[in-house]
Write a protein that binds this ligand. Sequence first.
Ligand SMILES: [Zn+2]
Length: 392
Amino acid sequence: MLVLEYKAAVKKTQSQAIDEAIRTSQFVRNKVLRYWMDNRGVGKKQLYQYNTQLRAEFEFVKSLNSHATQASVENVERAINRFFDNCKNNKLGKKGYPKFKKDSRSVEYKTSGWSLHPTKRRITFTDKKGISELRLLGKWDIHTYPVQLIKRVRIVRRADGYYVQFCVKVDVTCETRTSDGEVGLDVGLEYFYSDSNGHHEENPRFLRKAEKAIKHAQRRIYTKEKGKNNRRKARGRYARKHLRVSRQREEHAKRLARCVCKANAFVAYEDLNVKGLVKNHCLAKSINDVAWASFRRWIEYFALKFDTKVVAVAPHYTSQKCSNCGETVKKGLSTRTHNCQHCGTVLQRDVNAAINILCKAKSTGGHPGSNAWGDVSSTSIGRKTSRGKKGR
Ligand SMILES: [Zn+2]
């Protein structure tokens, strides 16, 4: 599944109509979820029946395209399945019980409710929400794909405007790897990652700079009086700064991940799900966490492309163990060098950990990384950006 995205030129009345459509889709999602919570054991079929009931009951639900409200039900269905899967697989920590949405940013249409202008530079939404025709900006060409391959159309609201996304059903074509290396990756605060070959990938400058700028913009909000226009503007500036960083981060992660998968037949990294659950209040750390999460998503994406095996291992004792002799060498967070008294190995701390990760992955097989890419839900993309915004 390929996602093409265009910025849309939107008039004031249209933005109100889009917001209304987004609200409706969120309303349906939350209602259906509530229905599922209140009626234990209801199946898929009942959820869709309930959707039909909602359409009959509320005029504003009916005015949204029927497949679009179905997409909201599918969204709930996915959340429920994910929750049950996590329980079944005994995932550590939170199981992700489906939550109500408060600040939804997108509405998803399926194959109806919209039509593309013959030039494909304009899209018209034909349901009764009154969005009507949007002009598409941007350079990527949707022309090259037949309309039948467009399985989803999504309107996404961001800090700097509205975007239209097309999910196009195309097979991921395989590319050839340039070499068959094996590599273990360790993430730290100091470097973006360190690998088992002794390479350190520097943290990109924009991440370091971003922290300062974001903090500044955030403080500015509170200097403005509540409820006033200036405060709203300051909030907008803050959100746009976040957006800019998350785009840069995404590009950076994508480029690195492609390089790693292209050069290696086997990639191992720590499964940071467990660690990630620990809430931290350090901004630099949380920016890094988000960066790592997106890097990991891209690794999994490119692994399919280059036919690279990706394995995630549980993050236990990877930094304490000696990668040469296996003895435990205790060190605090501030100790940057691994210095083994047992066998005399001296390695940079993160490189030692990366070697351990690689060995562990090869010996246990670990578990294959979970891949969110088959999932074309509105949340998979909407959530990504909103996560970035809050900086967790
Ligand atoms: Zn040793």
